[in-house]
Design a protein around this ligand. Structure first.
Ligand code: GUN
Length: 286
């Protein structure tokens, strides 16, 4: 029996519908959420993500402010922009699209984003709050994964969740969120020798390694829930996940596709965080 496909686009549409209503109510109080998007350089994948985020802002009634900087921008100029946006009233949230071109210090720039505007949730205050189980802004992609599990009524409690990948953007925060929901969590990475055995014992397998097809059917237990966080452009130009979808879907009970899985969820949760930021700054949420 083939797995049930987790329709990330549909779940994201539901979340965005809820936000549209919330944004309309905020507008009656004179509150308009605003997202500043800083895009440095011209990495094609990043440009595509950024365009998608800005389009969603427009559809939902969130103002977006685009700051396209050349790859040659100095660290000082980048920091000055972040500082300016921290103090800009119309800007509820600041998104610094990563990765930054070589030469720029990503952490220093991220750390300067005001914790009240850190809608990506990657800054030290946001990550500290997450580890202390008092999150304000949950990183968007991991939050999206949790919402997907919730919408399929998959409760991580007592289950073995395996996360492949340990990035700040996905692996680390996702592991913490699964732990918060009482899963037993194993984090695997490029130096894990017995990746196959560990994955094969997962009840929930989250692939966030950024390597096309790294998860094959022999690594997946029958009935496992498989969430594919990978977005890889292969030589044919096609976008594929980290999971060999065609073979794995025959063994899993639930599986998320790429595209149409986690991607739309990330954007929906970014919009969610931007609305929370606007409410915090308006004093209508603590
Ligand atoms: N690069 C890849 N994913 C993300 C994300 O969620 N936020 C930012 N800022 N950069 C990214």
């Amino acid at each position: 029996l083939a797995a049930q496909i987790i329709d990330g686009k549909k779940i994201a549409d539901g979340i965005k519908d809820g936000l549209t209503h919330e944004i309309a109510v905020l507008k009656t109080k004179g509150i308009i959420p605003g997202l500043a998007v800083i895009m440095v350089g011209d990495d094609p994948a990043s440009k595509k993500y950024v365009a998608s985020k800005e389009k969603t802002c427009a559809n939902l009634g969130i103002s977006s402010f685009h700051y396209g900087l050349p790859a040659t921008v100095s660290q000082k100029e980048l920091l000055e922009l972040v500082d300016k946006l921290n103090n800009e009233k119309k800007v509820s949230g600041i998104l610094l699209q990563l990765p930054l071109p070589g030469g720029l210090k990503e952490k220093e720039a991220m750390n300067l984003i005001s914790p009240d505007k850190d809608v990506d949730g990657f800054g030290p205050v946001s990550l500290g709050r997450l580890i202390m189980d008092e999150p304000v802004f949950i990183p968007c992609t991991p939050h999206g994964v949790m919402k997907m599990l919730e919408s399929c009524e998959i409760d991580p409690a007592g289950k073995h969740a395996v996360v492949v990948g340990r990035s700040i953007i996905v692996g680390k925060p996702l592991s913490l969120l699964l732990l918060r929901k009482n899963a037993t969590v194993t984090i695997c990475h490029s130096r894990t020798p017995n990746l196959k055995e560990i994955c094969a014992s997962a009840d929930i397998l989250c692939a966030a390694a950024g390597r096309a097809g790294i998860i094959t059917a022999d690594m997946v237990r029958k009935g496992c829930t498989v969430i594919d966080v990978g977005i890889n452009i292969i030589s044919s130009g096609k976008i594929v996940g980290d999971v060999d979808f065609e073979s794995v879907k025959e063994k899993a009970s639930f599986i998320s596709p790429v595209p149409g899985g986690v991607g739309p969820m990330t954007i929906a949760m970014l919009m969610h965080n931007t609305v929370i930021a606007a409410r915090i700054q308006a004093g209508s949420l603590t």
